[in-house]
Design a protein around this ligand. Structure first.
Ligand SMILES: C[S@@+](CC[C@H](N)C(=O)[O-])C[C@H]1O[C@@H](n2cnc3c(N)ncnc32)[C@H](O)[C@@H]1O
Length: 443
C-alpha cells in the first residue's frame, strides 16, 4: 500500500468529506491504464483487431480507451511504432475534450511534452489549421517531436521556448490555447513513485506561482473570443481553483465558462471539472476560460525562401508519391521541410520543426526522411509493402533487419502494418534495405 504524506491526507480528507474513505481505498487498487486512438492514421476496428487485449471506452474522450491493468507493455507493439495509438492515462484526455479543437483552428499547446494532448489536438484538427506545440525543456521537446512524427502530424510547429517570449511574439494569433501546467502531480501518486517523493506543501505553493505566470503569458496568445483551457493532474485547490481565481482577478477580460462536459464532477469553481480516482481516472482538473477583449496584436506571416534544390526535392517526392508535391518547401541547413500552408513568423522562437521533415541533402542526392512516410497514407505512395501485426516480416523490419521483397519492387517503399505506415526501406534485387531509424528499433 502506498504511504501518503500526512498533510496531503489531511487536505484530501477536508476536501472529500464522506468520500475520503473511497479515495483512500483507491490506493489499494491498480492504477488506470489507457490508450488513445490516433485517427490521423488508424480506425477503431483495425486497432481492436490488432491489440492482444480488449479496449473499453472511457468517459473522457471518444478516442480514449481503458486497457486492462495486466496488459503487457505496449511500446514495442507494431501498431504503437506505426503511431496508430498513444499511451495516455484516461483522464488526461479530458482537457482536450474541453478545448474542443475543430478543423481549421489555430491551437497553441504551451506545455506540451511528451505530447499526449498535442497529438490528441492534431487528431481533432484532421490536418486542417495549425497546432503549435511548445515545451520549455529542450530534451523533452525532442521527445515531443518524436511523438508528433510517430503520430504522422503534418500541420504542427514544435518549439522549445519560454512561454512569455513565445506568447508575446505570437500575440493574438490563436483560437485556442491549452495550458497543461507543470504541477505537483498528486494525480500521479498511484503510478509514479517520484511524484510522491517530491511532494510537499511548499512544492504545491511554488507550482501555483509558476502556473499563474504561465497563464498570464498564455493570455497574450489568444484572439478575441479565443478559448483558454487550464489543466493539471493534481488535486490541490491552490494549483487549480486558486490559480484560476487569481488569474480572473487580474484579467477581467477573461471569463470562466461552463465546460459543458460531463466527465468527473464539478470542481470547487462549479463551471470547472475535477476527476478523482473514484471518477474513473487518475486525476485531472480542467477549467475553460474565454477571452472577451479584442487583441489587436498579430504576428507577421512566415514566407520561406525558395530552396536552391527545389527541383531535386520535387523529383524525390515524385519517386515516392503518386500526386505531385503541393506544400510549400523550406530549407534549413541540409533539411527540407514540407510546411503547413500558413505560418506565423518563426524566427527566434526556438522552433525545432515546422511541418514535416521531407528529406536531407547528402552529397549529390536527397535522402527521404522517416517522418515523411509516417505522415503519409499507403494509398498515396507508389510502392508499399503491407504486413500483418503478427507477421515475422514486421517483427524483422522493426528490429532493423533487411526483408525479402517482390522482384518487381524498386526504390523507396513504404512499410505498413495492418494498413498503417510505420516507415520505409529501399527495394532492389528482391530485398528491402531497412531505413527504420536506429533509435526507434525493437531489440
Ligand atoms: C503536465 S506536463 C505536460 C504534459 C503534456 N501536456 C502531455 O499531455 O503530454 C507539463 C510540462 O510543462 C513543462 N514546464 C516546466 N516548467 C515550465 C514553465 N516554467 N513554463 C512552461 N512549461 C513548463 C514541463 O517540462 C512539462 O513537460
Amino acid at each position: 500500500m502506498i504511504e501518503l504524506p500526512g498533510s496531503f491526507q489531511n487536505k484530501m480528507g477536508k476536501m472529500l468529506g464522506e468520500e475520503y474513505e473511497d479515495f483512500l481505498a483507491s490506493y489499494r487498487e491498480p492504477y488506470y491504464r489507457g490508450i488513445r486512438l490516433n485517427t490521423l492514421k488508424c480506425d477503431e476496428k483495425t486497432l481492436r483487431a490488432s491489440l492482444p487485449f480488449p479496449l473499453e471506452r472511457t468517459p473522457f474522450s471518444p478516442l480514449s480507451y481503458y486497457i486492462p491493468s495486466h496488459a503487457p507493455k505496449i511500446g514495442s507493439l507494431a501498431l504503437h511504432h506505426a503511431g496508430a495509438f498513444y499511451s495516455q492515462e484516461p483522464s488526461a484526455a479530458s482537457a482536450v475534450t474541453a478545448l474542443n479543437p475543430k478543423p481549421g483552428d489555430r491551437v497553441l499547446d504551451l506545455c506540451a511534452a511528451p505530447g499526449g494532448k498535442s497529438t490528441q489536438i492534431a487528431a481533432l484538427l484532421q490536418g486542417n489549421g495549425l497546432l503549435w506545440s511548445n515545451e520549455i525543456v529542450k530534451s523533452r521537446a525532442n521527445v515531443l517531436l518524436s511523438n508528433i512524427e510517430r503520430m504522422g502530424v503534418k500541420n504542427a510547429v514544435v518549439s522549445s521556448c519560454h512561454p512569455e517570449t513565445l506568447c508575446s511574439a505570437l500575440a493574438g494569433y490563436f483560437d485556442k490555447v491549452l495550458v497543461d501546467a507543470p504541477c505537483s502531480g498528486e494525480g500521479m501518486f498511484r503510478r509514479d513513485e517520484q511524484a510522491l517523493q517530491d511532494w510537499s506543501q511548499e512544492h504545491v505553493e511554488a507550482c501555483a506561482v509558476r502556473q499563474l505566470a504561465i497563464l498570464r503569458s498564455a493570455a497574450h496568445a489568444l484572439k478575441e473570443n479565443g478559448t483558454l483551457v487550464y489543466s493539471t493532474c493534481t488535486f490541490s485547490p491552490e494549483e487549480n481553483e486558486g490559480v484560476v481565481s487569481e488569474f480572473l482577478k487580474e484579467r477581467n477580460d477573461f471569463i470562466l465558462t461552463d465546460s459543458g462536459e460531463s466527465f468527473g464532477r464539478p470542481a470547487l469553481l462549479p463551471q470547472a471539472r475535477r476527476v478523482f480516482p473514484m471518477d474513473g481516472g487518475e486525476g485531472h482538473f480542467v477549467a475553460v476560460l474565454r477571452r472577451v477583449s479584442v487583441n489587436s496584436a498579430y504576428p507577421a506571416p512566415y514566407s520561406p525562401k525558395k530552396p536552391v534544390l527545389l527541383e531535386m526535392v520535387k523529383d524525390l517526392y515524385d519517386q515516392i508519391f503518386q500526386a505531385p508535391l503541393s506544400s510549400p518547401v523550406d530549407q534549413i541547413g541540409d533539411s527540407f521541410l514540407m510546411l503547413p500552408h500558413e505560418l506565423p513568423y518563426l524566427k527566434g522562437l526556438g522552433v525545432i520543426r515546422a511541418g514535416v521533415l521531407l528529406g536531407e541533402a547528402k552529397k549529390n542526392r536527397i535522402e527521404p526522411a522517416h517522418a515523411l512516410f509516417m505522415s503519409a497514407k499507403p494509398q498515396e505512395l507508389n510502392s508499399v509493402m503491407n504486413f500483418s501485426h503478427d507477421s515475422e516480416q514486421i517483427g524483422a523490419f522493426l528490429r532493423g533487419e533487411e526483408i525479402e521483397a517482390d522482384g518487381d519492387c524498386h526504390g523507396f517503399t513504404g512499410v505498413a502494418v495492418d494498413g498503417v505506415l510505420t516507415g520505409f526501406g529501399k527495394c532492389s534485387n528482391a530485398r528491402l534495405k531497412n531505413r527504420y531509424p536506429k533509435g526507434l528499433r525493437n531489440n
